[in-house]
Design a protein around this ligand. Sequence first.
Ligand SMILES: Cc1ncc(COP(=O)(O)O)c(/C=N/[C@@H](Cc2ccccc2)C(=O)O)c1O
Length: 455
Amino acid sequence: NKYVAEPYKVKVVEPIAITTWEQRKKAIEEAGYNTFLLRSKDVYIDLLTDSGTTAMSDDQWAGMNLGDEAYAGSENFYNLLKAVKEVYGYEYVIPTHQGRGAENLLSQLTIKPGDYIPGNMYFTTTRAHQELNGGTFRDVIIDEAHDSDSEYLFKGNICLDKLKSLIEEVGAEKIPYICMAVTVNLAGGQPVSMQNLKDVYTLAGEHHIKVMFDATRCVENAYFIKKREAGYENKSIAEILKEMMSYSDGCTMSGKKDCLVNIGGFLAMNDEELYTKATQMVVLYEGMPSYGGLAGRDMEAMARGIYESIDYHYIHHRISQVQFLGDKLIEAGVPVVRPIGGHAVFLDAKKFLPHIEQEKFPAQSLAAEIYLKSGVRTMERGIVSAGRDKNGNHHKPELELVRLTIPRRVYSYAHLEVVADAIIDLYQEREKIKGLEFVYESPVLRFFTARFKHV
Ligand SMILES: Cc1ncc(COP(=O)(O)O)c(/C=N/[C@@H](Cc2ccccc2)C(=O)O)c1O
């Protein structure tokens, strides 16, 4: 049938919270209507994030018992280095505790005040580190990415004209690197085509500008190229991934997604000079270049997860689960970002709640209502996540979304049916949902800790 069965069987189970409406009412009020502040014990089906929520395999758990916790030169580091070289093709790797560790190093090493960093749509932590180092992020993604109705198959693509005009406007020497996310999280988990990766790398090369991938969900991107781009249908995920990464000079990686681990990340690159500088800096922030804030066992689990992630049956099932949930909502007429992305289904909260203006945080309110209704936790990816600009005004993104993020190898199709049914019911009674206002707002990455009340 259309949705492939799980290519694994369960060996260990973790009971989940079956809650009552009263319990959930109390929990969401104590959380200030912010799903980030809910306690895991009060969450039934947790679709907050695909980050660090994966189920590891028996082989990865076996690897956890083979942690070489020697402070320096751990055997697990060499296994990680081998996996990164073989699967992604990069020459050097610096382990970090997670993606932000790598973003911190890359931004400090390459960005000077006054620099511009073009990229395919912003990501919260990536932009925060770029701005922290005096850089300005410039969105050069194609227009379709900002249109939740567009069904363009590669909405993560960079618009070459926008990139060219930025280079002309500010000059290549003001652009330390192009930040190419594969896939684009906030566009709805949308992929970049191989042709676009090639074209951007060629253009960047002509101006001696580096291309650094945010490779966090690169395996999902490879899968979409296999399914959607002519000439790749008969190539393996491994072959496609290797070719993808060849159109970059390095990457930051949050291993907590496509490397199938609960903690871990890395900064990878081909340039020896950048590597040398990174080894000098990593000792300040993450520890030795051979462990980067990770225990040996975590590096071992990540090395093994990298090899598992390129297995076709794994990624085919992973994407099938996301597609299954998306299809159910589309069939019921619930407004979602299309095409369905790689790691999540994104509800279009502007269309879901047209009676709530963006300044009253419709996506935030919808995420809270979904939890109250069903115990399902989701994440706001709209105006609250976008934060404020230098003048203190809200960034106002086109896309005001609620993300239903599917963890890897955790839930069954039955869980996703529960999610779909709850959201479809809520859609029928959507006009009862009210807007929110801040009770507490932090100045940086406010969505993690903000608290709200109904207007
Ligand atoms: C495309 C991309 N690039 C880098 C990172 C950072 O990696 P890390 O430091 O978390 O390991 C992430 C993390 N994304 C997570 C967790 C998250 C982080 C910030 C705000 C909300 C949620 C999410 O989308 O749920 C990412 O998606």
